[in-house]
Design a protein around this ligand. Structure first.
Ligand code: 6GU
Length: 435
């Protein structure tokens, strides 16, 4: 395959293309590189770039220059598949890298166009781009490093480039989990850091298990966003749940805001009990606590739970299993004490609120599992009823999840809907690709 690289700074590529595995591709005659400068396609006294149309936006690479470069390269190597490097492009990830490797191998000629200044003229993008690629959500001063990153990511997939095909197939971001930790021989202690004994035991099955387990652990704790997006098998699901801290949920019918900003109690509802129990069961929440100090409310809930512990089991087993998670409690402190007794550690308190409450230092997003899970403690998700949790209760919490919000001004989700959404965002699977 021939790879043309169109750039303002050809010098940037010299060492890169003459080093390591990228160089090996040329030696093996799998690929050849042709780095061309936009300036070579400018007539004397003509500029590569021109001021952007409209106010303010700086200099843009002119479409006529791109046209001459593209025509010349396509004439030399055959019609190319053209990739424009731009922050507005499709984000490069492992899946796209693998797809591009196929395209690279099918095409005789691939052209990478790296812009500088404010980029390449939009009309040239529209005319020539088969694909626009970005390497992440940040802006570089030009597309050249992005072009090199793309080559590093894509060329590993070309057979014969990386030593063992295994090491490509088993990599981070090709399955549910990132790579397992590796150690250089010999397996001795170094600066107090040891190598796990199992790696030198010679027991291959145990070694494989250990590596898988370690990979799952670091993925869940450090790359949960990836795991949520890619976990498909039963085995992987159970490994993930093994490494996720235990979660509990409490629905507060006490210490909530009632009329006129007063703090008071609210009534239990069967819908909230059933539906939140079913959500808890789905997402692996260990217990669903209902907090109310009112004796009559306890009686109502107990009657209902007794049904599901008795005749209800045969009526609907799934529902009985879900309702089994429900535990009645007098107070939040009682709930915390129960969890501590069971887990040996106090839970972290994570509140959820439909309003902007608490202070900025408490606030976390639905992508911040790592901030909570790093503490290695059980997690208690706290939901309010009536008009929401009291400020006093919110201030007690370690973390406060951002409100659930749509693109409207309406802000009246039921607590059972909010609980379902929050559980799904926080600990649900959300694949980014079909099988
Ligand atoms: Cl492809 N180009 C530039 N200039 N900045 C970027 C990028 C590309 N990808 C991420 N940031």
């Amino acid at each position: 395959m021939n790879i043309s690289i169109a750039t303002v700074f050809p010098d940037l590529y010299r060492d890169f293309l003459n080093t390591s595995l990228i160089k090996r591709l040329q030696e093996k005659e799998i690929a050849s590189y042709d780095v061309v400068s936009f300036s070579s396609f400018c007539n004397p006294k003509e500029r590569i770039d021109a001021p952007a149309v409209g106010h303010g936006a700086g200099m843009v690479i002119r479409p006529e220059v791109v046209e001459r470069l593209v025509d010349a390269q396509d004439k030399k190597w055959g019609k190319s598949y053209k990739i424009f490097l731009t922050p507005q492009g499709k984000k490069l990830d492992q899946t796209l890298s693998e797809q591009l490797a196929k395209i690279f191998q099918e095409q005789k000629h691939v052209m990478l166009l790296a812009g500088r200044y404010e980029g390449i003229d939009q009309r040239a993008h529209e005319e020539y781009a088969d694909l626009e690629v970005s390497i992440g959500d940040y802006v570089l001063m030009g597309g050249d490093l992005a072009a090199m990153v793309l080559l590093e990511a894509v060329m590993r997939y070309v057979p014969g480039v990386v030593g063992k095909d295994d090491s490509v197939a088993m990599d981070s971001f090709s399955g549910t989990f990132v790579d397992f930790p590796t150690y250089a021989t010999p397996a001795k202690d170094w600066r107090g850091h040891s190598v796990p004994e199992i790696l030198t035991s010679g027991n291959h099955a145990a070694l494989k298990n250990h590596r898988n387990d370690k990979a799952a652990q670091r993925s869940v704790r450090g790359h949960f966003g990836w795991v949520k997006n890619h976990c498909r098998t039963k085995e992987d699901k159970s490994l993930v749940s093994k490494h996720m801290p235990h979660h509990y949920l409490v629905l507060m019918h006490d210490n909530v805001l009632v009329q006129d900003g007063k703090i008071g109690t609210s009534s239990v509802t069967t819908l909230d009990i059933h539906d939140i129990a079913r959500s808890c069961c789905t997402y692996g929440v260990k217990n669903y606590f209902l907090v109310t100090p009112l004796v009559d409310q306890h009686k109502i809930v107990e009657t209902m739970l007794n049904f599901w512990h008795g005749a209800g089991i045969d009526y609907n087993r799934g529902r009985a299993q879900a309702v089994d998670l429900v535990q009645l409690s007098q107070s939040l402190d009682q709930v915390i004490a129960d969890i501590e007794k069971k887990e040996g550690k106090k839970p972290l308190l994570v509140a959820t609120s439909a309003k902007q409450q608490g202070d900025a230092s408490q606030r976390i997003t639905f992508f911040d599992q790592d901030k909570v899970w790093v503490h290695d403690r059980p997690v208690l998700l706290i939901f309010g009823t009536a008009k929401g949790l009291s400020d006093e209760l919110i201030n007690r919490c370690d973390f406060l999840l951002l409100p659930i919000d749509g693109f409207t001004e309406f802000n009246h989700l039921s607590v059972r809907s909010a609980a379902a959404i929050i559980l799904d965002r926080w600990m649900g699977i959300n694949l980014t690709e079909v099988d």
